[in-house]
Design a protein around this ligand. Structure first.
Ligand code: FES
Length: 202
């Protein structure tokens, strides 16, 4: 189970907007009667998109009522998956992969830069409240290690200089160009391809 911080500041109430309630009902209808609990992931995702990218405990209670599930079961789901945030995150949410391939290729330097420029601890907002960061498990882009995800985009083949540039831009409320900082396309080799030479676009 992933390690999760839960926000100390919690709103007392949560409910879906009319539009999101309709979306939730549509998700629930996808499952047979008695199996409504299967919509829990989809509903938590809707909560998060409505609530500035994090899920308060009041929303977990709200979802548990909507799905007639025990509160603890919804809490278990929300704490298990790292894509659900239980504490407020910045407008720019930086997730640094620190699993072995990224670690071997320098992920520690990236987390040090996050500590220096964003906040000393994970899940804390930067002074200007724009950014927060967190260490995460493998994000499936090991071939371009080290890497980080910012909101929905991947930043790959990072080094210290590029990482600093990216973080500085975020802190100025600018979103940097995502992708490989070495301009690699489709995980192609750094020094040009050496196999499948005869295959076009390989
Ligand atoms: S180990 Fe970092 S993306 Fe897989």
């Amino acid at each position: 189970m992933s390690k999760k911080n839960v926000s100390k500041i919690q709103p007392e109430l949560f409910e879906f907007t009319n539009e999101n309630l309709k979306k939730a009902e549509k998700e629930i209808k996808k499952y047979p009667k008695g199996r409504e609990a299967s919509a829990v992931l989809a509903l938590l995702y809707i909560v998060q998109s409505q609530n500035d990218n994090w899920i308060p405990l009041a929303a977990i209670k709200y979802v548990s009522k909507l799905l007639s599930m025990p509160y603890i079961k919804v809490y278990e789901v929300a704490t298990f998956y790292s894509m659900f945030n239980l504490t407020s995150v910045g407008k720019y949410f930086v997730q640094v992969c620190t699993t072995t391939p990224c670690m071997i290729r320098g992920a520690k330097k990236i987390t040090d830069i996050c500590k220096k420029y964003i906040s000393q601890n994970e899940d804390e907002l930067s002074e200007n409240k724009l950014c927060s960061w967190r260490e995460v498990e493998c994000l499936g882009a090991c071939v371009s290690a080290p890497m980080m995800q910012i909101n929905q985009d991947y930043f790959e083949d990072l080094d210290e200089t590029k990482t600093e540039e990216i973080i500085q831009k975020l802190l100025k409320n600018e979103f940097p160009e995502p992708g490989s900082v070495k301009n690699r396309k489709n995980n192609s080799p750094e020094k040009g391809k050496t196999t499948l030479l005869e295959v076009k676009n390989a």
